[in-house]
Design a protein around this ligand. Structure first.
Ligand SMILES: NC(=O)c1ccc[n+]([C@@H]2O[C@H](COP(=O)([O-])OP(=O)(O)OC[C@H]3O[C@@H](n4cnc5c(N)ncnc54)[C@H](OP(=O)(O)O)[C@@H]3O)[C@@H](O)[C@H]2O)c1
Length: 334
């Protein structure tokens, strides 16, 4: 009998998540039946959406949702032979028995069978996985950026933001990023961002945005929401486009945030705003992942990871990720 460790959402988050909102339990797994596999988690991803969608998708007592890179250790499903690696949306669990279908509404998928030996598998849930695809689709499908355009991205030092900036440079754009520490700003400059500023320490967001790009912005890749959104909107050029990827400043808010009505700015500058989610282009995922892998192999994109050792540290690592304490994609190694 294989025993799994699982993290349960003990109590719905009230404001900022606390470690006491989670509880670790042990579960005896059932035998693997026809069509099923048994997975052993290798790397688990920690992402802001886990906070954002928690109330909508989970009830107290559910296994905390999330995705992992796992190894197939038993198989009665020919699509997933023993020893292969998968991307499995099966939550915060060390071991899982599954048929791979519709787990939290998503299907399991193979990690590219020819995954390069010199790229860590953890990147399959980071720069070369969901966050990297989010950056690519936001820029190509939603904003449709063109060479020479000026792109602004918030939470720029995050898993998505670092990829947005580097892909912008591949596409010949000028890119401006905001982040919350000097260390993060230095890293963004190293990655090739044209201008960066610390949104926590500037005296005026409006002035910082103007100084970074006096001619305004053609595109804004929105990750944070709140007052930053209003400030960015005011610096958009005529015909500007905004891709709403996330709104992390709102996820832990306990009272609704108010902002000035944006209608006159939208109207007078003919601005288009579009929300999107990474799962809108599933048919492109494999080819897009291969493009990201190729860019990394060519040295055109780089990625840092903040790897926390130990499944027991999932809640603490999750909270650090939401606070922006560390630099690099938040991952837990079991
Ligand atoms: N639409 C989609 O399909 C999709 C997919 C993936 C991610 N997303 C969204 O994309 C955004 C970035 O995700 P990620 O994976 O790249 O996360 P991440 O940046 O790796 O981690 C979150 C970062 O957000 C910043 N942050 C935290 N609170 C903030 C606040 N109040 N104001 C401004 N920044 C704050 C922190 O950096 P600082 O030190 O700079 O504050 C922190 O490092 C999130 O909004 C997420 O929900 C959307």
């Amino acid at each position: 009998m294989v025993k799994a460790k699982v993290w349960i959402l003990r109590k719905h988050f009230d404001g900022f998540p606390k470690e006491s909102d989670f509880q670790m339990q042990e579960e005896t797994l059932p035998e693997v039946k026809d069509g099923e596999v048994m997975l052993e988690a290798i790397f688990l991803s920690l992402d802001p959406y886990m906070r954002a969608v928690s109330k909508a998708l989970m009830k107290e007592g559910d296994v905390q949702l999330g995705a992992q890179v796992a190894k197939v250790i038993q198989s009665k499903n020919r699509a997933y032979p023993v020893g292969c690696y998968v991307l499995a949306p099966c939550g915060w669990r060390t071991h899982t028995v599954t048929n791979g279908k519709a787990i939290f509404g998503q299907n399991m998928a193979r990690v590219l069978p020819d995954w390069p030996k010199d790229i860590p598998l953890s990147m399959a849930i980071g720069a070369l996985g969901m966050p990297g695809l989010t950056a690519l689709y936001g820029l190509e499908e939603v904003l449709q950026v063109k060479p020479g355009e000026i792109v602004l991205v918030s939470a720029a030092a995050g898993a998505v933001g670092t990829m947005v900036g580097q892909i912008c440079k591949i596409k010949g754009c000028k890119v401006v990023g905001s982040a919350g520490s000097e260390e993060k700003m230095a890293y963004l400059k190293e990655l090739g961002f044209d201008h960066v500023f610390n949104y926590r320490t500037v005296s005026s967001l409006d002035e910082a945005l103007k100084e970074a790009s006096p001619e305004g912005y053609d595109c804004y890749f929105e990750n944070v929401g709140g007052p930053f959104f209003t400030a960015a909107l005011n610096q958009m050029r005529i015909g500007g486009r905004i891709a709403v990827c996330g709104a992390i400043s709102l996820y832990n808010a306990t009272t609704p945030q108010m902002c000035p009505y944006p209608h006159m700015t939208l109207l007078s500058r003919k601005i288009r705003i579009e929300g999107f989610q990474v799962d809108q282009w599933p048919d492109k995922d494999e080819a897009s992942t291969r493009r990201l892998v190729k860019w990394m192999k060519e040295g055109k994109i780089k990625a840092k990871e903040k790897i926390t050792e130990g499944f027991e540290n999932m809640p603490a690592a999750f909270i650090r990720m939401l606070k922006g304490t560390d630099l690099g994609k938040a991952v837990v190694k079991v």
